[in-house]
Design a protein around this ligand. Structure first.
Ligand SMILES: Nc1ncnc2c1ncn2[C@@H]1O[C@H](COP(=O)(O)OP(=O)(O)OP(=O)(O)O)[C@@H](O)[C@H]1O
Ligand SMILES: O=P(O)(O)OC[C@@]1(O)O[C@H](CO)[C@@H](O)[C@@H]1O
Length: 305
């Protein structure tokens, strides 16, 4: 079973404007409210791939109820821990020029709520995979996800943490199943700028050497690299019109892990991950199974190292 932990879920309020005019009244052209948060997005994509998952995390208030209702409607097994305060709302502003995100802080998480989440991990079994994704509410320690790793490994389960910087580096010794920095985040990890693809591959190899089992380096419209101890592979992007790239990274890692969990074939997992990422970028909401299946045949992968 795959579990997703979203410590700080959100309602994503996606607004389309002609042009954002700050300091003035702006009338939206369109808007949509979506259940959001990185782990929740992973569960949603897994559901599109007809793969079950259990969604864990902290939700509260009417906004939390909205998220649970939407996920229940998608037949996702929600076992969230209730908290007193409202789950946050994240605003995603899109005008013809750019995408602006305004992400809320999130609610207070009580010690009892944390204990409840940890208790849920007692049910893990060997071979389960636990995703831990996204920002943390203000009162949780930066090590919150890392502190859960021993509880996960006590059951011989695997883990994936979607985080960046030192928090990501600190997890490598515990051998995450896969990590997926984008190329900007990878450059920041090594405080450098990449001059070419070979430098990106070399940096990704260093993360493998430090313990990551698989390294994906996503590059938005330029596709992604899969870096293994033996080779590196470049995956391209299919033809399509970008509508909303929010969640593309979550979709990619969901596609990789969901496929790898079934077939233990990294290249097949990489191909599905590329289709999921672009399918989300080409959609108003996250990718649907139809969109993923439409794009899958167009995905080309080349060995580059
Ligand atoms: N503009 C795009 N056109 C085609 N495919 C895209 C585009 N943006 C993203 N993708 C696909 O989704 C994958 C992940 O996107 P990206 O590199 O933006 O990850 P990310 O930075 O983690 O995204 P986010 O944090 O916004 O979810 C890309 O590697 C690519 O396969
Ligand atoms: O504030 P965080 O947790 O870093 O990011 C939250 C978020 O931007 O991530 C998802 C896209 O990856 C959205 O659904 C959500 O609003």
């Amino acid at each position: 079973m795959i579990y997703t932990i979203t410590a700080n879920p959100s309602i994503d309020y996606v607004i389309q404007l002609e042009k954002l005019n700050t300091g003035n009244v702006n009338r939206v052209q369109s808007d949509v409210k979506l259940p959001g948060g990185k782990g929740i997005n992973v569960s949603r994509i897994l559901a599109e791939l007809a793969l079950p998952s259990v969604a864990l995390g902290f939700v509260g208030g009417f906004t939390g109820q909205f998220i649970q209702s939407k996920l229940n409607n998608a037949s996702i097994d929600c076992r969230f821990t209730e908290v007193e305060e409202d789950t946050r709302i994240n605003v995603k502003l899109k005008d013809n020029a750019e995408e602006t995100e305004i992400n809320g802080q999130g609610p207070h998480i009580s010690a009892e709520a944390v204990a409840n989440l940890k208790q849920q991990l007692a049910k893990l079994e060997a071979g389960d995979i636990v995703f831990m994704s996204g920002s943390l509410p203000p009162n949780l320690p930066a090590s919150f996800y890392k502190d859960l790793i021993p509880l996960i490994q006590a059951h011989n389960a695997e883990f994936v943490i979607d985080t960046t910087g030192q928090a990501l580096l600190d997890t490598l010794a515990e051998k995450p199943l896969v990590i997926k920095p984008n190329h900007h985040e990878l450059a920041e990890l090594f405080d450098t700028h990449f001059a070419n693809q070979s430098e990106i591959i070399a940096a990704g190899r260093k993360l493998l050497d430090q313990g990551a089992q698989h390294v994906l380096v996503s590059m938005a419209g330029d596709g992604a690299l899969l870096i293994t101890p033996d080779h590196a592979y470049l995956g391209g992007t299919p033809k399509g019109t970008v509508i909303n790239s929010v969640g593309a990274g979550d979709s990619m890692i969901a596609g990789f892990v969901g496929t790898f969990a079934q077939h233990h074939d990294a290249l097949a997992a990489f191909k599905t991950s590329l289709a999921c990422g672009s399918a989300t970028a080409f959609s108003e909401d996250l990718a649907t199974s139809a969109k993923i299946n439409e794009l899958l045949p167009q995905i080309e992968i080349t060995q580059v190292d």
